[in-house]
Write a protein that binds this ligand. Structure first.
Ligand code: GTP
Ligand code: MG
Length: 405
């Protein structure tokens, strides 16, 4: 045994990554990220420190464990660790630390929010199948009243908390939304079929994720196929300067099969881990802001818009402003089709109440009442007209000057 990655050790010992970094800082050990490796000697030191802390905590039975300050998104934080075989190494420190209750955040701290994940990749590499598998196994079947309206996003419940997936054709959603200056995705999953390796749209997807500066996780799919060659995918990635962790780089690569489900649990775990490192937070009590994922007209219901809540909380009855239009939320459903009255950060909701179809990627704001909504729009119209006029004025004389000059 030589070196070990920080997050692997954190997982093995059942402590949060932040806690692990704190200890390393205390020891004066340098690292680049939680993907960095540390020496075995350091591992031993860390175990000793944790064991001491656990002993100290045990001596004060009534005190809540404060070793990890962050409120984890999942109520079942640490639920994985106790299931590790008791004989696994470092068990002494492990049990003591993992039995600590999830520490509570101080009241003024902005709470964590669920990660929003988008799936991209080449045609037929299995994006939809992978999402379908996750949806089937991780989304409670609560299709209220049999409503199966397609919502361009869904929420998966995992042992590590909620994960929100954007379920529109990857590139399209990602690029149109980003082109309007909004970033909805926190993490990009690049799906690469193990029998096909890197293809043009895979490279495109990688470029999109890099341009958006969103962390990437590669899912090598279709590993159940006899002709699957995951090693080739890894080598090909390395040639793009994306070096998988097992080759000493930082890229997380998870082999999966959307058909058998193999590796999907690992993928979800890596998503949670990445989210934890990203430290995603949003205030449900803050001012509302969101983004349109998609808008459409339903023959029966009328205009429907899928909105991703990013900050604050939406309530039925709220007035929303999108571009130069506004609407009042008449009804709201969650991604499983159930009617809801309010929705907090990282929640995709379908909204009934707009009169015109909003475009993907448009930013959504709330207004106190109809009057306020109209005022916001009037200001926007004024600004736009001023800009148009200024542009037209500039265009006239300048062309003349250009000609003269
Ligand atoms: P587009 O939306 O057209 O870009 O394709 P996609 O990436 O969503 O791929 P999709 O999920 O539609 O899968 C394409 C084909 O591959 C289908 O026939 C799937 O059944 C098959 N497929 C997907 N994942 C797997 C897998 O893990 N194993 C095997 N054997 N087949 C798979
Ligand atoms: Mg598809």
């Amino acid at each position: 045994m030589s070196k070990v990655r920080i997050y692997t050790l954190a997982k093995d010992l059942g402590v949060e990554n932040h806690k692990m970094l704190e200890i390393l800082d205390g020891l004066g050990v340098s690292y680049k990220s939680v993907s960095s490796t540390i020496e075995e000697d350091t591992v031993e030191l860390i175990k000793e420190i944790l064991a001491e802390e656990a002993a100290a905590a045990a001596a004060q039975p009534a005190q809540a464990e404060t070793s990890s300050q962050r409120a984890t998104p999942a109520p079942s934080s640490g639920a994985q660790a106790p299931s590790a075989p008791p004989s696994s190494q470092g068990a002494g420190a492990q049990t003591a630390v993992t039995e600590a209750p999830a520490a509570t955040a101080t009241a003024d701290e902005v709470p964590h929010r669920a990660p929003v994940v988008t799936i991209m990749g080449h045609v037929d590499h299995g994006k939809t199948s992978l999402l379908d598998y996750i949806r089937k196994t991780k989304v409670a079947a609560k299709e209220a009243g049999g409503i199966t309206q397609h919502v361009g996003a869904f929420e998966a419940k995992t042992s590590k908390g909620r994960i929100v997936f954007i379920d529109t054709p990857g590139h399209e959603a990602f690029t149109t939304i980003r082109a309007r200056g909004a970033n909805v995705a926190d993490i990009a999953i690049i799906v690469i079929a193990a029998d096909d390796s890197l293809m043009p749209q895979t490279r495109e997807a990688i470029a999109h994720a890099q341009a958006a500066k969103v962390p990437m996780i590669v899912a090598i799919n279709k590993i159940d196929l006899p002709q699957a060659d995951p090693e080739k995918v890894k080598t090909d990635l390395t040639q793009l300067n994306l070096v998988p962790e097992e080759y000493g780089g930082d890229l997380v690569v998870v082999p999966v099969s959307a058909k058998t489900g193999e590796g999907v649990e690992d993928l979800l775990e890596y998503i949670s881990l990445t989210a934890e490192i990203e430290d995603l937070r949003a205030d449900p009590k803050g001012k509302f802001s969101g983004v349109i994922i998609e808008g459409k007209v339903d023959k029966q219901a009328g205009v429907l818009a899928t909105v991703m809540v990013q900050e604050g909380t939406l309530h039925v009855g709220d007035f929303l402003v999108v571009g130069e239009n506004y609407g009042k939320i008449k009804a709201m459903t969650d991604s499983a089709g159930a009617r809801i009255k309010e929705a907090g950060p990282s929640t995709p909701v379908q909204i009934l109440g707009f009169s015109t179809v909003p475009a993907s990627g448009e930013k959504v704001q709330s207004a106190k009442n109809e009057h306020a909504a109209r005022e916001v729009i009037a200001t926007r119209v004024d600004v736009r007209r001023d800009e148009e006029n200024a542009r037209n004025r500039r265009r006239g004389p300048r062309t003349l000057e250009d000609i003269m000059g």
